[in-house]
Design a protein around this ligand. Structure first.
Ligand code: FES
Length: 362
């Protein structure tokens, strides 16, 4: 009896094995480690961001085995994702040996996040509240279009995450571009917008995130709002560079005409695109009296086959922007018949939302 109890207690504290498919890599996860911590300790570029169960970046599908989630995953994952067996790796302790499925390419080891030093070399005001920031880092970084980096300004307690707005380069690049929205009360953005910051140096950790174009032949549906334009531009420029010929419909939600930006760059992309390319800006608060003749309302209301020019159920979707927009888009796309496994998203949490996520306070 006592022997059985001792064996049970010992087994409780033993590391468990986790296998990541389709790569087929197996690693140990200590009893007090999350699946994500075990994967990162094993050197895998396992996608993640917030590490507190909020962003959904670390989601993966549990194919076998048993886990214990430390938080309620239904606050982050959709009912369809939960029903499909998705879990949050950053919140799960292993109760047994497990196998999970997550998108890791063969080149993921070359893209394990690392520390870089960056210098701001240029800035450009894109709208009244969005600044393009060009950064040069100390050595080339390889990343996938759509990913992001954590930026740690000296003297600030915590980092902030920003998506790359430029396309990656084979073999890596030292030139990075970010689009930063001026968030009310956000200490990083207030520092950045207060004066000319060219020449300022800071630490940068990346690349990170699972928001990147999956290989396929089907049309690509993009939905973005605010500074969520950045990773979509990176993806589109990368597709052009790689001669990827797929129809694209890019829905962009903004409040008013003065919130639209990068229109010339998008027009240039459209002209070079080998096939159908639609950019559909939708304004939610444009005055009725204005000369705007485009779409008005919430961007997610316009997600249908007529605007996209293809069957949404037979596309892959890439969503990037504020959480309410992402949640509305996920529900809309699901009602259009698009499977959750073909929907990739990156929720942009501002500093206040991150604080709530980490501390659980409003
Ligand atoms: S890293 Fe797990 S939910 Fe954000």
């Amino acid at each position: 009896m006592l022997g059985k109890l001792i064996r049970q207690i010992k087994s409780h504290f033993e590391p468990r094995l986790a296998t990541v498919e389709p790569l087929g890599k197996t690693f140990e996860v200590a009893s007090d480690q999350t699946l994500l911590q075990g994967a990162l300790a094993a050197g895998l570029a396992f996608p993640h961001h917030c590490t507190v169960g909020t962003c959904g970046n670390c989601k993966c599908r549990l194919k076998s085995g048993d886990v214990r989630s430390m938080t309620d995953a239904s606050l982050t994952l959709t009912p369809a994702e939960l029903a499909d067996g998705y879990i949050l790796a950053c919140q799960c302790l292993l109760k047994s040996e497990v196998t999970v499925a997550v998108d890791l390419n063969d080149d993921s080891e070359a893209m394990v996040p690392a520390q870089y030093m960056g210098t701001i070399v240029a800035t450009e005001q894109l709208t009244h509240d969005i600044l393009k920031v060009s950064v040069e880092i100390d050595r080339p970084m390889m990343f996938r279009a759509g990913q992001f980096a954590d930026i740690a300004l000296p003297g600030f307690g915590r980092h902030r995450s920003y998506s790359f707005a430029n396309a990656p380069v084979d073999g890596g690049t030292r030139q990075l571009e970010f689009m930063v929205r001026n968030v009310a009360g956000g200490e990083y953005t207030q520092w950045l917008f207060a004066q000319n910051r060219i020449g300022e140096r800071f630490e940068l950790h990346g690349p990170k995130g699972s928001f990147w174009l999956r290989p396929a032949e089907v049309p690509v549906l993009c939905v973005a709002g605010g500074s969520g334009m950045a990773p979509i531009l990176s993806v589109l420029e990368d597709m052009l560079n790689k001669n990827i010929e797929r129809p694209v419909a890019f829905f962009f939600g903004a409040r008013q005409t003065h919130d639209l930006y990068c229109l010339q760059q998008l027009e240039s992309i459209r002209q070079k695109w080998p096939g159908e390319f639609r950019f559909i800006p939708v304004l939610s608060e444009e005055p009725e009296s204005s000369s705007w003749t485009g779409s008005r309302g919430m961007v997610t209301e316009f997600l249908n086959g007529d605007y996209a020019s293809f069957d949404i159920a037979a596309s892959h979707a890439y969503l990037c922007g504020p959480p309410p927009m992402i949640d509305a888009a996920l529900a809309r796309l699901q009602s259009c018949g698009l499977g959750i496994e073909y929907t990739h998203y990156d929720k942009f949490l501002d500093s206040r939302q991150l604080e709530v996520a980490e501390n659980g306070v409003m």
